[in-house]
Design a protein around this ligand. Structure first.
Ligand code: GLN
Length: 464
C-alpha cells in the first residue's frame, strides 16, 4: 500500500485520481496486516484498489466528476465497494471518469481529462510528467478512464469501474488492461451514481484475466437493496481461468465487419479466432442481424433514462446550490452551472425522446429494437454457440481533443462494438490482444451467455 501511495503521488500529471486517501489507505493496510498476522483475512486482504468516483464511499467525497455534486460526502457505502472492504481490500482514492459516466474519452470530467500512460511510438511526450505537444497525449478511453489509466500505470492493483455502453471494455482496450462488464444484475447497483439504470453495471479493470475473476467474485452477489440484482450464486470465477476452450463453439458475427475499420483490427480479430481454434475451440460464423440499429437505439434509451435519473440534482438535495430569487430559479441556476455540456446534451435528448409527441416515434421504437437485439443473441446461443468474439473498439486510443468537439456522433461511434452487449444485458470482457503499428494496445471482446462469465474468463485467458 505504501508503495502505491507513493506511486499515485508521483503520477499526478496523469490526473487519474481525483481524490487521494493515503491516511485511510495506510490505516486500512495496518488493519489488514494485523488480521493476516492473526492468521485471518479475506481473499483480497491488503490489496490496494482505486475506486471510480461513481461509487458512493461513506464519508469520502463522491462527485461522479460533476460540479453539481460539489463536495458531496455520502453517508452510505455502495454495495460493491462494501463487498470489497469485507474481503480485505484497501482504497487508495477515487478515480477520474467522464461526468456521470457520459463519454468515451474521459474528457467530460469536471476535473479535466486523464492522460493515458501510453504514447504513440516516436511521440515526444515526456514519460513521467506527461508534458509534450498537445494532441500527442492520448485518451485512456472512457468513461472509466481513471480506472484504466491507474491500472495501466501501476497506480493500483485493480480498480472498480462501470459500464453502461462500453465504459469498462473500451478503456481497458485502450490501455492494454482487462475489463469485464458482467451480466446485468450480477453486481448490485445500490450506491452507484445512476446514469441509465437498465444498462448500468459495475465490474473490475485489472491487469490480467485472473485478477478480473478474483475481483469480480468479491464485487458480485445478490443485494436486496437493488431489485434488479440477481439472486443467483456467484461461482468461483478464478477456477474458470485456465480451463481452456476445448470443445467450445465461438461465434464470429458477420455484421461486426464494418466498412472503414482499420485493417489492423480486422487482422487482430482473425488472429484471435485462430488462437481460440488452435486451443481447441470450434469457430463458426454467426449472424446478429439487428446490430446496425444498436448504436442509434442506445443513444435514445441511455439519454432517456439519464434525463430521468438526473432530475434529482435540483440544488436542494446534493452538493452544489446556486442561490436564486425563487425555487425555479434555484433549479435553473444550479443545473446551468452544475452540469457540463455533454450532460446537458443528454438531458435535452432524453427529455425530447420521452416527451408526449415523440415518445412513440423514438423511445418506444428504441425499446422494440432492444428486444430484437436481445433475440438475435438468444438465437445464436440457442444454436449451441458458447461465446462471441469481436473487436472491442473500432480504433486504438486517440489524442486528447482529437474527437467529438465538432460532432458528438464522432465520439459516440466509438461504442459501436460494445453497446449491443448492454442492450442485451449480457456479459462482455475486453482482453488485450496486441499492439497496432503505432505501438498502441488493441483489445478483443468476448460476449457470453447471461450469467456465464466463467466462459469469458476461460476464453479470455487463452487470448491474453
Ligand atoms: N460512451 C458511452 C456513453 O457515452 C458509454 C458510457 C458508459 O458506458 N458509461 O454513453
Amino acid at each position: 500500500t505504501q508503495a502505491h501511495v507513493t506511486a499515485v503521488e508521483n503520477a499526478r500529471a496523469l490526473n487519474a485520481y481525483v481524490l487521494e486517501t493515503p491516511e485511510l489507505a495506510l490505516e486500512a493496510a495496518a488493519r489488514s496486516d494485523a488480521r493476516l498476522a492473526r492468521g485471518e483475512g479475506g481473499p483480497l486482504e491488503g490489496l490496494p484498489l482505486g475506486i471510480k468516483d461513481l461509487f458512493c464511499t461513506r464519508g469520502v467525497r463522491t462527485t461522479a466528476c460533476s460540479r453539481i455534486l460539489g463536495e458531496f460526502k455520502p453517508t452510505y457505502e455502495s454495495t460493491v465497494t462494501a463487498n470489497l472492504w469485507r474481503d480485505g481490500a484497501v482504497m487508495l482514492g477515487k478515480l477520474n471518469n467522464d461526468e456521470f459516466a457520459m463519454g468515451s474519452s474521459n474528457e467530460t470530467s469536471c476535473f479535466g481529462p486523464v492522460v493515458s500512460p501510453w504514447r504513440r511510438r516516436g511521440s515526444n511526450v515526456h514519460a513521467e510528467t506527461g508534458e509534450g505537444i498537445v494532441g500527442q497525449h492520448l485518451v485512456p478511453g472512457g468513461s472509466s478512464g481513471g480506472s484504466a489509466a491507474a491500472v495501466a500505470a501501476r497506480l493500483c492493483l485493480g480498480a472498480t469501474a462501470t459500464d453502461t455502453g462500453g465504459s469498462i471494455r473500451q478503456p481497458a482496450a485502450f490501455t492494454g488492461t482487462v475489463g469485464i462488464k458482467p451480466t446485468y444484475g450480477r453486481c448490485s447497483r445500490w450506491g452507484i451514481v445512476a446514469f441509465a439504470s437498465s444498462l448500468d453495471q459495475a465490474g473490475p479493470i485489472a491487469r490480467t484475466v485472473r485478477d478480473n475473476a478474483i475481483l469480480l467474485r468479491s464485487m458480485a452477489g445478490h443485494d436486496p437493496k437493488d431489485t434488479t440484482s440477481a439472486d443467483i450464486p456467484v461461482p468461483d470465477f478464478e477456477a474458470a481461468v485456465g480451463r481452456g476452450v476445448k470443445g467450445l463453439k465461438i461465434g464470429i458475427p458477420k455484421e461486426y465487419r464494418l466498412d472503414g475499420i482499420p485493417a489492423e483490427i480486422e487482422a487482430l480479430w482473425q488472429r484471435g479466432a485462430e488462437w481460440l481454434r488452435d486451443a481447441g475451440a470450434e469457430i463458426v460464423e454467426v449472424s446478429l442481424p439487428h446490430t446496425k440499429y444498436a448504436l442509434p437505439a442506445y443513444y435514445i434509451v441511455a439519454p432517456a433514462e439519464a434525463s430521468s435519473n438526473l432530475a434529482r440534482y435540483d440544488g436542494v438535495r446534493y452538493g452544489l446550490r446556486v442561490p436564486a430569487k425563487d425555487v425555479i430559479g434555484l433549479y435553473e441556476e444550479t443545473r446551468a452551472l452544475g452540469f457540463g455540456r455533454e450532460v446537458k446534451r443528454r438531458v435535452m435528448i432524453g427529455t425530447y425522446v420521452l416527451s408526449a409527441g415523440y415518445y412513440d416515434a423514438y423511445y418506444v421504437r428504441a425499446q422494440k429494437i432492444r428486444t430484437l437485439i436481445k433475440r438475435d443473441f438468444e438465437q445464436v446461443y440457442a444454436s449451441g454457440v458458447d461465446a462471441i468474439l469481436t473487436p472491442a473498439t473500432p480504433s486504438a486510443a486517440f489524442g486528447i481533443g482529437e474527437k467529438g468537439s465538432a460532432d458528438p456522433v464522432e465520439m459516440y461511434l466509438n461504442d459501436v462494438f460494445t453497446v449491443t452487449v448492454n442492450m442485451a444485458g449480457l456479459p462482455g470482457i475486453s482482453v488485450p490482444a496486441g499492439l497496432d503499428s503505432q505501438g498502441l494496445p488493441l483489445g478483443l471482446q468476448l460476449i457470453g451467455r447471461a450469467f456465464d462469465e466463467e466462459t469469458l474468463f476461460a476464453a479470455g485467458q487463452v487470448i491474453e
